[in-house]
Design a binder for this molecule. Structure first.
Ligand SMILES: CC(C)(COP(=O)(O)OP(=O)(O)OC[C@H]1O[C@@H](n2cnc3c(N)ncnc32)[C@H](O)[C@@H]1OP(=O)(O)O)[C@@H](O)C(=O)NCCC(=O)NCCS
Length: 224
């Protein structure tokens, strides 16, 4: 939608005020700070390896290496998140997956998020990280033969949920149905159906499997 704006201007040589009209795009009330989402239609020509149905990606996300990124159905990626899958890297996102705002996924060695998994705000997943031992130089500005990179695919199985502000280091598998509390550091594989938290993440208790019944119920409902 457009509106006509009338503005006054001063004709420089005649010292009088005149009026001109310019066409300005109208911004709906309350939307100035809301960049909104790209949906399937907007994304179909972006070169994703796979793009499912009902996918929404906030317009202020950074997505690098779309040709290495697969996205299933019913996926939402919120604002200021970055997904990077350069070179031989990849990021594979299943269906019914949510990635909250301010998340970072560096998929140089591969990141897999299976169906019904999710990241709360500010989760960072690294499939590559510098060696911090002091035996090597660090950071990407240094020639590779001076550095050592710890590397390995990160895999979140079905129904895994990661709490806000958590960090997952390279080469980690989180078993089906496990949950990780806010502000946790995951530096070892986590077994299925546990609730973990802390730095490093430790098991607090078992997680209920009732959600599997709810998944079945939802799927039956969607088939109708
Ligand atoms: C881990 C978590 C799931 C546990 O919840 P819970 O089962 O209700 O457990 P409780 O709150 O009873 O906590 C049990 C103990 O663990 C501690 N604890 C819980 N979560 C913790 C966390 N993330 N970091 C450190 N300690 C934590 C509690 O303080 C409590 O300790 P205490 O027994 O000494 O008092 C929850 O605390 C959490 O972190 N959820 C993630 C929330 C989130 O990120 N939401 C974002 C929007 S989706």
């Amino acid at each position: 939608m457009h509106i006509l704006l009338k503005i006054k201007h001063k004709a420089s040589n005649k010292k009088r005020l005149g009026s001109i009209f310019i066409l300005k795009k109208e911004i709906p009330l309350g939307k100035k700070f809301d960049p909104g989402y790209y949906c399937e239609d907007d994304l179909k020509d972006e070169g994703f390896r796979k793009l499912g149905k009902n996918v929404k990606i906030a317009k202020n996300c950074t997505i690098i290496g779309a040709n290495n990124i697969s996205i299933g159905d019913n996926v939402r990626i919120d604002g200021f998140s970055s997904i990077i899958a350069l070179g031989n890297g990849y990021v594979t996102i299943g269906s019914f997956v949510h990635i909250g705002g301010y998340c970072i996924l560096t998929g140089g060695e591969g990141i897999i998020m299976n169906d019904f998994s999710g990241l709360s705000h500010g989760v960072q997943i690294y499939s590559r990280a510098d060696d911090y031992s002091g035996n090597h130089l660090t950071n990407p500005t240094i020639p590779r033969n001076y550095t050592k990179i710890n590397r390995g695919t990160v895999c979140l199985e079905r129904h895994v949920i990661i709490g806000a502000g958590s960090v997952i280091l390279p080469n980690i598998a989180i078993g089906e149905g496990s949950a990780v509390g806010a502000l946790s550091l995951v530096n070892k594989n986590l077994a299925p159906w546990g609730i973990y938290f802390g730095c490093p993440a430790r098991k607090l208790k078992n997680r209920s499997k009732k959600l599997l019944e709810l998944e079945k119920q939802l799927m039956d409902e969607l088939k109708q």
